[in-house]
Design a protein around this ligand. Structure first.
Ligand code: AHM
Ligand code: MG
Length: 335
């Protein structure tokens, strides 16, 4: 029995009607993402059954092996966005350079750019662990009518007009924000519709979960090591639980619901950490802040960073506000 809950389609229309001068372009863009999410979800779900599983044989520009599903997801999201007359360019984790959508000149009139990690955590596919898609949307800053430029993609995260993620987990969900809080929609696979299952999501201010790849502990900066010791100390509501899936979307999603901190620090072996600012950290930081959480590079707000390159990496600490503040204290005091 399906409860009388609003679908994502109805939610998008209702939100658009609340802004009488809205052109509906952002709504249509989110609809494009919704459609691609369903197509990718279908493939992810049958990954163990068909010969789409495994390395594609190519290496992406960051030296990582591409899975077939990465390539598939990349294609589907680009197609879904290209088919609508809204987006003038896309930057993707899977593409070395940004993609200009100008097959006809009309597309140069489109005002949005999208940055996307089509299938994050894809090394988890082979072992049937949840993966996700992360997306970030900006208004272009170059003049309408001209081809999109690099500077349209290198905007600070605070200028995002929307961001979200899709989690292909035990259920498939879209969680997104257009700057007015965070809402989560769960796919009913029998019907193919997303239903509003998690309205107005909020990070608990405090949490009791820390998520970090502790295998790299010896390489972490002293402040992060000391904070991890703090998490493990028996005092008050500590020790905290350690939970690390190794799939950013899944770790973030759990921490937003239960209260926790996700950490991918810089280290002796990775100067700037691993995660990419533009299509991993910024969108997650935007959602975190919209849900009352906090996202930092250890010292400063992620959303204030002025990007200098498309595939830039930054240390990333994100989650319940008080946990991230405590971590920053340790980083500042334990150099
Ligand atoms: P990817 O974009 O190549 O999939 O890498 C990003 C993923 C995140 O989802 C996850 O949190 C992190 O890498 C895990 O890295 P590690 O295995 O070093 O802990
Ligand atoms: Mg990724």
């Amino acid at each position: 029995m399906i409860k009388n809950t609003r679908t994502l389609g109805e939610f998008i229309i209702k939100n658009q009607l609340a802004f009488p001068f809205s052109t509906g372009e952002l709504s249509s863009l989110i609809n494009g993402i919704r459609l691609a999410a369903k197509v990718v979800n279908h493939e992810v779900n049958k990954a163990g059954l068909v010969d789409i599983l495994g390395a594609y044989g190519e290496t992406n520009i960051q030296g990582e092996k591409q899975q077939k599903l990465d390539v598939f997801a990349n294609e589907k999201f680009i197609q879904a966005l290209d088919n609508r007359e809204i987006v003038c360019g896309i930057a993707s984790e899977e593409e070395e350079d940004f993609v200009i959508l100008n097959s006809d000149d009309k597309k140069n009139q489109n005002k949005y750019v999208v940055l996307i990690d089509p299938l994050d955590g894809s090394s988890n596919i082979d072992v049937n662990v949840s993966v996700g898609t992360i997306f970030s949307i900006y208004r272009r800053i170059s003049p309408l009518g001209s081809p999109v430029q690099l500077k349209d993609f290198l905007q600070p995260g605070k200028d995002q007009v929307a961001a979200g993620y899709i989690i292909y987990g035990t259920s498939t969900m879209i969680v997104y924000s257009t700057g007015d809080g965070v809402n989560g929609f769960t796919l009913n696979p029998a019907i193919g519709s997303f239903y509003l299952s998690h309205p107005n999501m909020k990070f608990p201010e405090d949490g009791s979960i820390y998520s970090v790849n502790e295998g790299n502990y010896v390489h972490f900066p002293n402040g992060v090591k000391q904070y991890i010791k703090y998490c493990q100390k028996e005092e008050g509501n500590r020790p905290y639980s350690s939970r690390y899936i190794g799939s950013l979307v899944s770790d973030f999603h759990r921490n937003m619901i239960k209260g926790g901190i996700y950490m991918y620090p810089n280290s002796e072996i990775a100067n700037d950490g691993k995660l990419r600012l533009l299509y991993e950290c910024n969108p997650m930081a935007y959602i975190a802040e919209q849900a009352g959480g906090k996202a930092s590079d250890g010292q400063s707000r992620i959303l204030d960073i002025k990007p200098t390159e498309l595939h830039q990496r930054v240390p990333f600490f994100c989650g319940s506000k008080n946990m991230v503040k405590k971590l920053e204290e340790y980083i500042t005091t334990c150099q």
